[in-house]
Design a protein around this ligand. Sequence first.
Ligand code: SF4
Length: 577
Amino acid sequence: MTSAPSSEGASTPEESYAETTPLKDVSDDKPVKAAPKRARKGKAEGQWALGYREPLNKNEQSKKDDNPLNVRARIENIYAHRGFDSIDPADLRGRFRWMGLYTQRAEGFPGTDTGHVEEEELDASYFMMRVRVDGGALTTEQLRVIGEISQTFARDTADVTDRENIQLHWIRVEDVPEIWRRLEGVGLTTTEACGDCPRVILGSPVAGISADEVLDGTPAIDEIATKYIGDRSLSNLPRKFKTAISGQQDVAHEVNDVSFVGVHHPEHGPGFDLHVGGGLSTNPKLAVRLGAWVPLEEVPDVWHAVVSVFRDYGYRRLRTRARIKFLIADWGPEKFRQVMEDEYLHRTMLDGPAPDAIAGTIDHVGIHDQVDGRKYVGVAPPAGRTSGSTLVGVAKAAEDVGSTRIRLTPYQKIVVLDVAEEKVDTLTTALDHLGLPARPSVFRRSTMACTGLEFCKLAFVDTKNRAGDLVTELEQLCADVAGDLETPISIHLNGCPNSCARVQVADIGLKGQIVNDAEGNPAAGFQVHLGGELGLDSGFGRKLRGHKVLSSELGPYVERLVRAFVAGRDDDERFAQ
Ligand code: SF4
């Protein structure tokens, strides 16, 4: 039951601003479904620090009723023994997420189904399990264990996500304790891989071996993961909280809730520039700089201060306004930094410079030099799709050439580190046999997709399989112009308006929805966003009215865009320019 909001305290000026500023859904050009202005007048946003502790929606109530991390014991002691039907609905559709588990979409509910479907009907009795890989860093032993778990318990499914996780499907609750035992035996976890908590920490796939990084952020990632993941004081945040820490600009830092980006301070040397408040979905925002320079050893404390401000001041009234980006939008970076310093750090951070923005994307695909004279090899699974068998094969291929270190990237790629130059051909041949080319086509390299209709209950359309087929189509349709694309054109497919595949910052962003076909019948399709970009000139793609395309006609549509770009561009012009 949802409790009435506390009557404590009238609206502050910032709350009034939040209450009266209409939210604009830039991806749809229509207002986001938010509470009407009048209904919210005088009511709080549910900010704990302002004294509003009573839950204002069922998600907040559920988190208050029981710390979501407690669900682990129930899974191990009750649900795994009694089966799917014994699971309390509040755990099933809520707290399970804190352990990296979502119910997957039941088969037989196509996205073109226009009738109303209750969420329970969409639940399969299987789960998606997300294995968090902080920093994207895996040993070959860890990769093999994930692959073997997939073969045994997940029908050989395994997707590399654009947040450096690996997702398995078809998981039965009965098998979860044994899967955890195997994962934890090699130092992996699913804890807080989903839910309103600190999610996986993105890190540079080539941290510590790249000549291009300002510094290696790995010690900070490790310390945060060790100290704070599973910490009950941070397990009830207003919503999800995404972190990126990298000594170079290879982790899409602009669209994270907090990011630490490598930069040289003219007096103090290498450290990080602090960004806060990025996020996509239906109200996309790029992160803003706080103007603070953070040395490596202070990153965990500063990270903790940012997440604490979010926990205490973040909006908890409406899920649609509960990300930190809305607090930043209302406060501005100066106030946010002041509150951080005054109430949490109890000191002033050093001012620092902005890093020079880079043009384009660093995806680490191909064969590259390491600072120690060895090579690293990045390969491109089609839109992140692999299998348990493939992961086991990658682990073996790496070990056969003397490597024990694997990295995942925020572009759904896999990287093998520490390869002696004379072993590179052996490795790339083995990876080719696994269907993982180190020299993929420009289209395979730059196409990403979210989970989509196959497994996601929110999806309208298929994405993973469609993306794989699209790559094949474009390799044929655009074979004559592919060589002219020095910089690949990024093509991202989402199954719904949530932006799990970052459609707004792709050259060609495809947001899944139901459209009308030539006969006026509902059919799977995409709203098109053009010209999004991160890095230099970062911005969101333009949604052009009428730019909707049937999924079945996607190949020729993208071909026309590619040919028009190649024909009309100036020298070195990128698609987004
Ligand atoms: Fe599911 Fe939508 Fe996210 Fe795709 S973008 S994985 S369909 S929630």
